[in-house]
Design a protein around this ligand. Structure first.
Ligand SMILES: *Cc1c(COP(=O)(O)O)cnc(C)c1O
Length: 410
């Protein structure tokens, strides 16, 4: 049985048109299977020289002049590139800066301020903590009520559920496009349309989507979105997030952190804050330029592979992980807690077993690195350009080995 899986992994790797991209990433011998590229993407080898060149060149040689020469425009230039390559967003709507949490706060706050007379926020009770905490804080700040959608952690938010929570008091709907645990994909166009019908704005968190599947924000008539860049965009720890604000909304929205860099003329050192026109008004302070260097390297790779091909490989990788689950892990009582339907599944899968907390700790000691997500989920994140099918099998085989020995660990 495991022989069949080895043959299958080898065949899939041999037929994979994106297989050669795996060599572009830094590998350490101590890691035999990296299954957490959706929490922190591997660095690219070219980033070593990219960072050294940055220190010697733009920073070391150009010094303060680099602000005029390239850095002032970096947040919008990089934003436009993310928009074009990955988001299905026309230029002038995406900006890079802040952390995901801060960007989420800024855009949600701006949306609420633009909805006078509406005092309800619809959000998901099973969303990633930052998303829930930001909503909780904003509701307290403004005296708003949160309509929490309770979803089965094995499924995602459903259109009907959102529809039932919407009303004339709804100001904002804030949801993750792909659930961080189950990988369930929410129906962005339909949910967005339903919210608009009720007069609400929608803010999508794309942290687990961007770089794993093709997005079409403009076509879905999305209002607002944020996303993380150290996951599938390999920007490195703390790389800045991006924010998307549809062009039609920009002049109506005023973000809450009025810093000098988002002002109309930063170097006028003006007396009063006047927001810049367009997407620049969502910048607050000096953007983290350093974290943009590795991200640009990954964007080069994603652009040359093409996001449609990246999604196809992602579907194949998660599909193979499910095959290994069915043939090898199900016998140990492991349950698949992600959708079998590829159209509803993001770039990771989650497997449940009561022993997985103990198993994950032992896997890490063996150089097999998945994530553990309570209550007992082993999350297998498969970054399409850096992960081979053989690597998936190596990791999941180690899970089977440990479950074979484990009973004592419970
Ligand atoms: C990873 C992630 C974040 C990260 O927020 P930071 O401010 O970068 O720590 C936020 N939301 C979701 C849904 C995430 O998956």
């Amino acid at each position: 049985m495991t022989e069949r899986l080895s043959t299958r992994a080898a065949e899939l790797d041999a037929a994979d048109p994106l297989a050669h991209f795996a060599d572009a990433f830094v590998r350490s011998e101590g890691v035999v299977s990296y299954l957490d590229g959706n929490s922190l993407g591997r660095p690219l080898r070219v980033t070593r020289t990219g960072l050294a060149d940055f220190v010697d060149g733009a920073w070391g040689e150009r010094l303060i002049r680099a602000w005029d020469e390239q850095w002032m425009e970096a947040p919008t230039e990089l934003g436009d590139r993310i928009g074009r390559v990955l988001l299905g967003a026309a230029a002038g709507q995406t900006v890079v800066g802040d952390s995901t949490s801060v960007m989420l706060y800024k855009l949600a706050s701006a949306a609420l301020a633009a909805q006078p007379g509406r005092d309800e926020i619809v959000a998901c009770a099973d969303d990633f903590p930052t998303d829930r905490f930001v909503v909780e804080g904003l509701a307290a700040e403004r005296g708003h009520t949160v309509r929490w959608l309770s979803v089965d952690p094995r499924t995602g938010v459903r259109l009907e559920q959102v529809r039932a929570a919407l009303g004339e008091r709804t100001a904002l709907v804030l949801l993750s496009h792909i659930a961080y645990r189950s990988a369930w994909v929410a129906d962005m166009p339909a949910i967005t349309a339903a919210a608009h019908e009720a007069g609400a704005l929608v803010l999508w968190d794309l942290s687990h989507s961007v770089g794993a599947l093709d997005l079409a924000l403009d076509a879905a008539e999305a209002d607002l979105a944020v996303g993380c860049t150290y996951k599938y965009l390999n920007g490195g720890p703390g790389a800045p997030a991006f924010g998307y604000v549809a062009a039609r909304l920009q002049e109506r929205l005023r973000q809450p952190i009025q810093g000098w860099m988002g002002a109309a003329d930063p170097f006028a050192m003006g007396e009063r804050y006047e927001p810049a026109t367009g997407i620049r008004r969502f910048i607050s302070g000096t953007p983290p330029i350093l974290g943009m260097v590795p991200m640009r390297d990954m964007l080069d790779l994603l652009e040359s592979a093409g996001i449609a091909a990246v999604r196809a490989k992602s579907v194949a990788l998660t599909g193979f992980a499910i095959e290994v689950h069915d043939e090898l892990l199900a016998a140990y009582g492991v349950e698949l807690a992600s959708p079998r339907d590829a159209a509803l599944r993001g770039g990771h899968v989650i497997l449940d077993h009561p022993d997985f907390r103990a198993v994950t700790a032992r896997l890490w000691e063996r150089g097999v690195i998945p994530d553990f997500r309570p209550p007992h989920g082993l999350r297998v994140g498969l970054s399409p350009l850096s992960t081979s099918f053989a690597e998936v099998l190596t990791g999941l085989r180690a899970v089977a080995d440990l479950l074979g020995e484990v009973p004592a660990a419970r």
